[in-house]
Design a protein around this ligand. Structure first.
Ligand code: NAD
Length: 482
């Protein structure tokens, strides 16, 4: 269904995110017929370019980052006709008059994507206001990181709130735009099967793993100031935790969903020091590329920033009291994989005797790669060998289950279309972000005060040995990363 006509201004339109995600995503939506022909995309950044120069850059980026296919490349020129550019300085007056002139048509949705460093968010908000472009219905999209602690997140919220109401602010967490994440809600609240079992009585524990194979690469300067806790746990893993643990909202609408997520964050227990493990990857010379260690990559031989973190926490409410939630994320791990695993308890009694083996149902929700949901069920081992039990997967890999025709929509393109439609369900509200920092801050202060240094872990493995010990102590183990 096409969205309403819009002007989308991408501040930072020449940057990495715009080139890799935003422009290719918009092109795919254009090809899908979702972008009305009168919609306009305006790149706005410091680089001196004219419309033609930016169209050329956009065209290259779309081809390089997977926007074009044999079936849609003939539409690229028509798409580029909707693209414009203004050279602008967020910190000065250059370019603003031209942008104002370009966006003066008012019978359309106005959206401003702040794809620049967060240090510029306040300046952009102020200048949009000053130049009369911050109307009561215009929307701003802000990227992560949203603050680096509670104080800075509060400041950022206050800065934006000076010129925009909460209903105009779209804080992106691209994990929420993933197909499986929305399917998680469909599975939980669209089936009778799962919800009655979705509590401490039947669930043994829940694991969330977000594993990357890449190192910090060229982002070392940013990453070393953040670390895995700030870069991944406070936002992405926390959002997944909320969706898996929240109470059923009364309706699938933005505030109903976000109210329930907020309650989860506020019910999170503090993390005890011995339930938290941090690591830094070591150098890897196993192939000819010779990957540097974390400390080499960030050029600080004494860096105390973690590239891996594993922790255990609890949610202190009626539904989840006593059920551990284990979270881990890291770089240079054995495979690129994001997965939520719900491990159910064993049956209370085995009628087949101990020889048949004891089994648990495991529901795994895969966000990447191969998005899909698998439920492990216990059946009889086929053959004449008596009543022996084995686990088989009920597998719903979306690409297979829904067929090759099912449309793959990248997280960014879905979220941008939601901005144009004015749907905030998959965006973080200001109080959610603050609550997440309020939980994160004392954890970080704790390890800083104790002067803890992350432990080294071998590249290509699944983190520090003590993270496995964390599970072993509880008689559990991490799901294999694959
Ligand atoms: P980038 O450094 O590649 O691009 C920055 C852009 O900002 C450029 O277009 C530059 O011209 C523009 N810019 C800088 N100073 C300006 C000024 N004074 N006035 C106007 N424009 C100015 O950055 P990026 O990687 O594209 O990241 C943009 C934002 O998105 C950041 O907040 C980042 O944290 C966030 N983000 C990026 C990624 C990613 O994959 N690149 C992922 C998640 C979040």
């Amino acid at each position: 269904i096409p969205v309403d006509p819009f002007d989308l201004v991408i501040f930072g339109g020449t940057g990495d995110l715009a080139r890799r995600k935003i422009l290719p995503g918009l092109f795919r939506r254009f090809c899908a017929g979702q972008m009305p022909p009168s919609a306009r995309i305006v790149g706005a950044a410091r680089t001196e370019l004219d419309h033609a120069g930016y169209r050329e850059m956009a065209s290259e980026a779309i081809k390089e980052f997977g926007g074009t296919t044999a079936a849609n490349s003939d539409k690229l020129n028509a798409f580029l006709d909707t693209v414009y550019y203004v050279a602008i300085d967020a910190l000065g007056d250059d370019g603003w008059e031209e942008l104002q002139e370009l966006c003066k048509e008012k019978n359309r949705v106005e959206a401003y994507y702040f794809s620049v460093t967060p240090a510029l968010f306040g300046d952009l908000a102020e200048r949009l206001h000053y130049w009369g472009m911050a109307g009561p219905d215009s929307r701003i999209v802000v990227e992560k990181p949203f603050g680096r602690n509670l104080a800075t997140a509060k400041n950022l919220n206050a800065t934006l709130a000076a010129h925009f109401d909460e209903h105009q602010i779209y804080r992106i967490d691209h994990y929420l735009g993933k197909e499986t994440v929305q399917n998680l809600m469909a599975v939980r609240f669209g089936n009778m099967l799962f919800e009655p079992l979705w509590n401490a009585q039947y669930v043994d524990h829940i694991q969330i793993t977000v594993a990357e194979t890449v190192g910090v690469g060229g982002r070392g300067e940013y990453y070393d100031k953040a670390g895995a806790m700030r870069d991944m746990v406070q936002n992405h893993l926390m959002q997944l935790l909320c969706l898996i643990a929240m109470e059923p909202p009364a309706r699938f609408d933005p505030d109903a969903v976000r109210d329930e997520k907020l309650k989860v964050i506020r019910a999170l227990d503090p993390v005890l020091p011995h339930h938290l493990m941090r690591g830094q990857y070591e150098a890897d010379h196993s192939d000819e590329k010779a990957h540097p260690s974390y400390r080499e990559a960030v050029e600080d031989p004494r860096s105390k920033t973690e590239s891996f973190i594993a922790l255990k926490t609890h949610i202190s409410n009626w539904r989840w009291a006593g059920t551990p939630f284990y979270l881990r994320t890291g770089k240079r791990m054995s495979a690129r994989s994001s997965e939520i695993t719900v491990v159910f308890k064993e049956t209370p009694h085995s009628i087949f005797g101990e020889d048949a083996g004891r089994h648990r149902n495991v529901l795994s929700i895969r966000l990447q790669p191969n998005e899909g949901i698998t439920l492990g069920v216990t059946i009889k081992e086929p053959g004449p060998g008596g009543m022996r039990l084995i686990d088989v997967p009920l597998d719903m890999t979306f690409a297979e289950a829904l067929g090759a025709d099912s449309e793959h929509v990248d997280a960014y393109e879905r979220l941008i279309m939601d901005v144009i439609r004015g749907n905030q369900t998959l965006f973080m509200r200001g109080d959610e972000v603050e609550a997440a920092w309020a939980w994160t801050d004392p954890i970080i202060h704790g390890w800083e005060e104790r002067g803890e240094v992350p432990k080294p872990y071998e590249s290509g493995t699944d983190g520090t040995t003590d993270s496995h010990e964390l599970m072993r102590r509880d008689g559990r183990k991490w799901r294999e990363v694959s």
